[in-house]
Ligand binder design. Structure first.
Ligand SMILES: [Zn+2]
Length: 70
């Protein structure tokens, strides 16, 4: 994956640094999305999901500990 793409076309997922006239040079679509880098575009996990995941892992660890400690 490349970093610091610039723009991403939602129509054909074309990625480029510049989209002349605000349209995709590959398919002509105007539905383009500005992205900072590939990681920011794909890993946009909300913080509450990370907290939920941490909570689930914490519960799992607690459940295992409770099961084996009895
Ligand atoms: Zn396109």
């Amino acid at each position: 994956m490349t970093k610091k793409i610039g723009y991403l076309c939602r129509g054909c997922s074309y990625q480029g640094r510049q989209f002349p006239q605000g349209v995709c040079p590959a398919c002509g679509s105007s539905q383009i999305q500005r992205v900072q880098d590939s990681e920011a575009a794909e890993t946009t996990l909300p913080r509450w999901r990370l907290l939920l995941l941490a909570g689930l892992w914490g519960y799992l660890a607690y459940a295992l500990w409770d099961k084996f400690s009895v």
